[in-house]
Ligand binder design. Structure first.
Ligand SMILES: [Fe+2]
Ligand SMILES: [Fe+2]
Length: 319
């Protein structure tokens, strides 16, 4: 099978879809020091006093809509309606043109009835992560809102791919997509301190940002994110999908959920959900398409569909 994307092709797609400019290479952090050395996951986690908690409402909604639970639309609406500002945010999303409702809805119960539990669940997760992810992220050069748009874009890309691949664990895969880069929230300041060294390493080795991140820091955002997911008691497969979203093949095996997040991450950049060059790979791992029984045509059509959704997301955020 022909290898689908080269890095150049991904850039072409980016340019074609949204005209998103590439990030200029950073000149590095003024705090960078020549002595900033490796860190390891345990060290970083132990230095972080307040690991960002998943909002309570997210945990509650995930539990209510999990495989072993069957929340009724009414009970789901009731939980959501306890938080008025959260409800308002959801209503705005439900009435956006992306969901194409035949009439506008004015209550959360109506929205749940018309869109269904799973759509509301995903919308709730998206809304609930906005506050945590809306800030700029040092080190990775993410502007305000960019982390959130990228995360949400990836989650929806995963959803679209999962449907086409007839993948069953869609709920968990969506969350894995949404949280795939969560390690950046913690690792950002460490990366910022070592950015010149990371860039020198990339130049010298001709490697990706993530490979240089791992070489210079001793761990990368994906590895840290996987540990964070386990610390939040999220399922092991979900944590693994986060952990390996940049290197999906482990011992010759690619887990389908990992393949979904890996592809979702690349697709959402191509669809305009952030211009994170450091998330791109030189080529798409063909094994990820194979394990999901997807083709290049699926990827192209998913970029197209996702572009419409990404365009409906807010793009201005206050710090
Ligand atoms: Fe990543
Ligand atoms: Fe990403």
């Amino acid at each position: 099978m022909e290898t689908f994307t080269t890095r150049d092709r991904q850039r072409d797609l980016l340019a074609q879809r949204r005209g998103i400019p590439r990030l200029a290479p950073s000149s590095g952090s003024s705090r960078a020091t020549a002595t900033a050395g490796k860190v390891n996951v345990e060290q970083v986690l132990s230095e972080v006093r307040d690991l960002p908690a998943l909002p309570t409402i997210v945990v509650k909604i995930m539990r209510m809509t999990g495989k072993n639970d069957s929340a009724t639309p009414r009970s789901l609406a009731e939980v959501i309606s306890h938080d008025p500002s959260f409800t308002a945010r959801l209503m705005k999303m439900a009435n956006s043109s992306y969901y194409g409702l035949p009439r506008s809805v004015s209550t959360i119960s109506d929205a749940v009835m018309m869109l269904g539990n799973m759509t509301i669940r995903n919308m709730a997760l998206v809304a609930a992560t906005q506050d945590t992810m809306k800030h700029c992220v040092p080190g990775y050069e993410l502007k305000p809102g960019e982390m959130w748009r990228h995360s949400v874009g990836c989650a929806f890309a995963v959803n679209l791919l999962a449907e086409q691949a007839h993948y069953q664990e869609t709920e968990e895969a969506f969350v894995a997509g949404l949280l795939h880069d969560v390690g950046k929230l913690i690792l950002g300041p460490y990366v910022a301190e070592r950015l010149p060294a990371i860039q020198v390493h990339m130049e010298a080795e001709g490697c990706s940002f993530v490979e240089a991140e791992k070489a210079i820091l001793g761990c990368d955002h994906a590895e840290l994110g996987g540990h964070m997911a386990l610390a939040w008691n999220l399922p092991a497969l979900l944590a693994q999908a986060i952990r390996w979203h940049h290197s999906p093949a482990q011992n010759g095996y690619i887990a389908p959920m990992t393949a979904l997040v890996y592809l979702g991450n690349i697709i959402c950049v191509a669809a305009g959900a952030s211009s994170q060059e450091n998330e791109l790979h030189k080529s798409i791992h063909p094994g990820c398409l194979h394990v999901l029984n997807l083709t290049e045509a699926h990827i192209v059509s998913t970029i197209e569909k996702l572009g419409e959704y990404v365009a409906s997301l807010p793009n201005t955020f206050n710090e």
